[in-house]
Design a protein around this ligand. Structure first.
Ligand SMILES: Cc1cc2nc3c(=O)[nH]c(=O)nc-3n(C[C@H](O)[C@H](O)[C@H](O)COP(=O)(O)OP(=O)(O)OC[C@H]3O[C@@H](n4cnc5c(N)ncnc54)[C@H](O)[C@@H]3O)c2cc1C
Length: 355
């Protein structure tokens, strides 16, 4: 049980941190409440792997992603090619990351933040020594900021088996988005996330799938949902622990993409621990944290717009700028260049994103 670093949660944040720190020679324990890692509802799409600092084992790749189609109110606005992403098998990948360099993982082991204890394997209760580093990568439940709801239908169908693109649909009536993702061969996932309660989202998803001939006559084999932290970076120190991943808001608020940001937060923390730097400052100053805060400000701006204003904004943003915003690669110069013929929209977007 002796360890230098104790990590709560075997999702992308906890598993990636375990990987980097055990690779650097630290003794790492991971405590996971579930019976295996990566079990939370998720579309499992990683749109890009640049800079994530780990190799995804080929046995954990369910399919490569080479593109993304973006739609606004049902109309295609962009067909992005050249992605280097994947649909992953979360359990396989996180298990591999944790164990690659010898970190130890304890399943059915729930951490109690009030007492700083873990019930290991559901029985033996241990106290995390105050002298060791405790990292809470327990996901959205620990996030203190704003969250939206998301649900998805899993269909047993081979209709998307040849597809290497994800589809993202913005609907100006909802502050949120729908997605259609290829999944494990023989399956497809269709979901919605946004500012609405789960019942409303379910009704919207019914409507959305009933309009799509690929899913109209199909019954989902599984329905799952969870909350998504969209309030931006909020790193908590609680009872001696520090949060990373979704627990600290490492999710891109406009798209709900959280796997890659969580992994990047783990990489920043691992480097800060190794170099003896202030971990909170390192996390807050990371490139991904800045991208998240820009998206957060845009989301705040979008929330204040009326539906017609939202429609005007979404329809007038060129597709490649939509894609840069969605992936978190946005700059004032990029907006100005992309919207040279639409200075009013450019000004509005720059004001939202950067002030
Ligand atoms: C429907 C839906 C679809 C999504 N699709 C995508 C997508 O396609 N691509 C993408 O990038 N993001 C997606 N996301 C977001 C993504 O799933 C999360 O942002 C990401 O998994 C967060 O990683 P994490 O490691 O911080 O937390 P998590 O993945 O939530 O992992 C936290 C782990 O901690 C464990 N845990 C929690 N509390 C305790 C405790 N007290 N003791 C011990 N263990 C504990 C949990 O069991 C869990 O395994 C989606 C989210 C939803 C809801």
């Amino acid at each position: 049980m002796k360890a230098d670093i104790h990590i709560v949660g075997a999702g992308p944040a906890g598993a990636t941190l375990a990987y980097h720190l055990s690779k650097k020679g630290y003794i790492v324990n991971v405590y996971e409440a579930a019976h295996k890692p990566g079990m939370k509802p998720c579309g499992r799409a990683i749109p890009g792997v640049e800079g994530i600092g780990v190799n995804i084992p080929s046995s954990c790749i369910q399919r490569p992603l080479r593109g993304a189609k973006l739609y606004v109110d049902g109309e295609e606005v962009f067909d992005l090619h050249g992605l280097n992403g994947y649909i992953i098998d979360r359990t396989c990948m996180f298990q591999a990351l944790i164990t690659d360099f010898g970190a130890e993982v304890f399943y059915r082991s729930r951490y109690d933040p009030n007492t700083s204890t873990v019930r290991v394997n559901g029985s033996n209760k241990i106290t995390i020594p105050p002298s060791s580093i405790l990292v809470n990568a327990g996901g959205h439940a620990y996030y203190p900021g704003e969250k939206i709801n998301a649900i998805q239908y899993i269909y047993e169908t081979s209709i998307l088996d040849e597809q290497d693109e994800i589809e993202v649909y913005f609907d100006t009536e909802l502050i949120g988005y729908y997605w259609v993702f290829p999944s494990t061969p023989g399956y497809a996932e269709v979901g919605v996330g946004g500012y609405a309660d789960f019942n409303t989202l379910r009704t919207l998803l019914e409507k959305f799938t009933s309009k799509d001939p690929r899913f109209r006559d199909k019954t989902p084999s599984k329905i799952e949902g969870a909350r998504i932290a969209v309030g931006g970076i909020k790193i908590s120190k609680y009872n001696g622990s520090i949060t990373i991943g979704e627990a600290a808001g490492f999710v891109l608020p406009l798209t709900g993409e959280g796997i890659r940001p969580s992994m990047l937060s783990a990489l920043s923390l691992a480097n800060a621990i190794e170099k003896g730097k202030n971990p909170i400052k390192a996390l807050e100053k990371s490139k991904i944290a800045k991208s998240i805060m820009i998206q957060r400000r845009i989301l705040e701006g979008v929330k204040k717009l009326s539906v017609p204003e939202r429609r005007e904004l979404l329809r007038n943003i060129p597709g490649d700028l939509h894609a840069s915003i969605a992936l978190g690669n946005i700059s004032k110069m990029g907006i100005t260049r992309a919207l040279v013929s639409k200075p009013k929209i450019a000004k509005m977007l720059i004001k939202m994103a950067f002030s």
